[in-house]
Design a protein around this ligand. Structure first.
Ligand code: PLP
Length: 427
């Protein structure tokens, strides 16, 4: 399957009907699997068999989605999770334990910032948040003996900064830790971080992967690139015997899929943050058209960005696809097929004018979401990022007046005319 090109994989990877079987991926809505002898069940518990036993640990519909995402990202394996938040949490818990430290970019999604900076801190895992424009040597200098991972977003939400993945990969290699890249906002159609040296990719599949605002979900994709043996003292969980699985050594037994096997065996088992078969089905359907949607989302966002840039009521526009944007060069390199469907801008008159603009919209919806096929808008400072201090908001690239737009796949003329009328009514 993975020999096909990207667009073909969107449609074909993950599930193929055998003769007489359903053409469309079936929803196996089921909690458990029947066996006829105890030895077969014992093999499942010993990880000697990849068959199913209990849906918390895996099921056919979810597995098909995992296979499709692994193919689209060019990874060796993938594990679905109940949400993007869970995907980032279990990724870090698979690597770190209390007393460990990670380095993360400051301009990441507010929920992830909170997860790392507040909740994981309570678990004893410390995060140093950095400006992603510092040099490789400056990143390396921030590493400590207990540093276990670097983390950034390929396209920051909602800062829309483009991560220099190669720089971060070089820093991660020098420190001897995996680079984890959240690729939610770019989607694998626009960027495949593993190709640029990331070791693990995470997603909120809730966004472009689903694409229709139906299903919350997350995904962790393994690149198979990290040599856990080389840094065995830092990552004992990957190389030393797991007493809860009869002494299995994940890296020795599963090689380039060891990270995902450990996620399934430990994290899904113990935390239960599994994706449901129904959500996997809907997300799988969404991915069938990812290539078509991302092309249109990016085209429409580019047209709206150019329109807003010229509008007399608009103060500034941030879209990495716009020539002259601070991230333009990096976008040309890492997002060559388009700069995604999200842009942000400030209405002249600041926060109050921005709020007035939102009220005037007729077509675009005010929703706490990006990645929907419908055009959606949001004011992050008063919603998604309100838990952060103003200082942390600014460090994350969120000005008080910033309006985030997730540009949909409607006719661009209708989107432009809605924004135009809403802006023109602002006093
Ligand atoms: N990562 C990024 C970049 C996001 O934008 C989001 C949500 O907006 C998440 C992770 C969390 O995903 P979820 O809402 O599916 O838990």
């Amino acid at each position: 399957m993975t020999d096909y090109k990207f667009n073909t994989n969107c449609i074909q990877a993950g599930y193929k009907a055998e003769s007489g079987q359903p053409q469309v991926l079936p929803i196996v809505q089921n909690t458990t699997y029947r066996y006829y002898n105890a030895e077969d069940v014992a093999k499942l518990f010993d990880l000697e068999s990849a068959d199913f036993m209990y849906t918390r640990l895996g099921s056919p519909t979810v597995n098909a989605l995992e296979a499709k995402m692994a193919a689209l990202e060019g990874g060796t394996a993938a594990i679905a999770a109940s949400a993007g938040q869970a995907a980032n949490l279990i990724t870090m818990l698979n690597i770190c334990e209390a007393g460990d430290h990670i380095i993360a970019c400051a301009n990441i999604y507010g929920g992830t910032h909170n997860l790392f900076g507040v909740t994981m801190k309570k678990m004893g895992i410390e995060t140093t948040f950095i400006d992603q424009d510092i040099t490789k040597d400056e990143i390396v200098a921030l590493a400590k003996e207990n540093t276990k991972a670097l983390f950034g977003e390929s396209l920051g939400n909602p800062a829309l900064t483009v991560l220099d993945i190669e720089k971060f990969s070089a820093a991660a290699k020098e420190i001897g830790v995996p680079l984890v890249v959240d690729n939610t906002l770019a989607s694998p159609y626009l960027c495949q971080p593993l190709k640029y040296g990331a070791d693990i990719v995470t997603h909120s599949t809730t966004k472009w992967a689903d694409g229709h605002a139906t299903s919350v979900g997350g995904m962790v994709v393994e690149g198979g690139s990290f040599d856990w043996n080389k840094y065995a003292d830092k990552f004992p969980g990957m190389v030393e015997p797991d007493e809860s699985y009869h002494g299995i050594k994940y890296y020795e037994k599963f090689g380039k899929q060891a990270f995902c096997l450990k996620l399934r065996a430990q994290m899904l088992r113990d935390l239960g943050c599994t994706m449901s078969p129904m959500n996997a089905f809907l997300t799988f359907q969404g991915l069938d058209t990812l290539h078509l949607r991302m092309e249109r989302h990016s085209e429409n966002a580019m047209a709206l960005a150019e329109f807003l840039q010229k509008h007399s009521k608009v103060d500034w526009v941030k879209y990495p696809g716009l020539p002259g944007d601070d991230d333009y060069e990096r976008a040309q390199k890492y997002l060559p097929k388009g700069a995604s469907g999200v842009l942000s801008f400030g209405v002249k008159g600041g926060k109050a004018a921005g709020e007035e603009f939102l009220k005037n919209l007729k077509l675009a919806s005010i929703v706490v979401h990006v990645g929907d096929i419908r055009t959606s808008v949001l004011h992050p400072a008063s919603t998604t990022h309100r838990q952060l201090s103003e200082e942390d908001q600014l460090a994350g690239g969120i000005k008080p007046e910033l309006i985030r737009v997730s540009v949909g796949c409607e006719d661009i003329e209708d989107i432009l005319s809605d924004f135009d009328q809403a802006l023109n009514q602002v006093k």
